[in-house]
Ligand binder design. Structure first.
Ligand code: RP5
Length: 169
């Protein structure tokens, strides 16, 4: 019959206290926390600086919800390369949602959605003619597979609230 022996001591003498690694060093942790705290979760983009006032309620809604966002002007027609680059990098930068506002032939929400896997919320902006229907249809009539969630004409506030809800899910 085999005897049950006392558990053999392991080589504890060679095991020393864990050394601080990059991930446990207080100053590194501090830096990581700083980076996290400064990463915008929502990118608010718009086709013209003239859209700024109409898009402001989105920023305000996110601010009220305690969600960090960044605001950028870039036109799908005038700065296509910038839009492409911004949207392609958004997810990698830690963003969760893009809000895209534009008026007239509002290509920006759709072009944004074409270049990111993030949810894109389109805000059609009322222009000088057609009662904003031009922008509404441009944002809403997306081909299958490239979704844009579209709020009302000049509905930036709802876009901000919706983005906050998506992030809280
Ligand atoms: C769109 O054309 C912009 O989003 C803006 O709403 C509209 C007019 O642009 P601006 O002439 O005011 O720059 O691209």
């Amino acid at each position: 019959m085999r005897e049950i022996s006392e558990p053999q001591p392991t080589q504890t003498s060679e095991i020393s206290a864990p050394r601080p690694t990059a991930s446990t060093m207080p100053e590194t942790l501090e830096k990581i926390e700083e980076i996290d705290a400064e990463t915008p979760l929502v990118g608010i983009i718009m086709g013209s600086k003239n859209d700024m006032e109409k898009m402001q309620p989105a920023e305000k809604a996110l601010e009220d919800a305690g969600i960090l966002c960044e605001v950028r002007v870039m036109s799908a027609h005038r700065d296509p390369e910038l839009v492409r680059e911004y949207c392609m990098n958004a997810k990698m930068r830690g963003m969760r949602v893009i809000i895209a506002g534009a008026g007239m032939s509002a290509a920006l929400p759709g072009v944004a959605a074409a270049h990111t896997e993030l949810p894109v919320i389109g805000v059609p902006i009322l222009g000088k003619s057609l009662g904003g229907l031009d922008a509404l249809l441009s944002a809403v009539q997306m081909p299958p597979g490239i979704p844009v969630a579209c709020v009302a004409i000049d509905g930036a506030k709802n876009a901000g609230i919706l983005a906050a809800r998506i992030i809280d899910c």
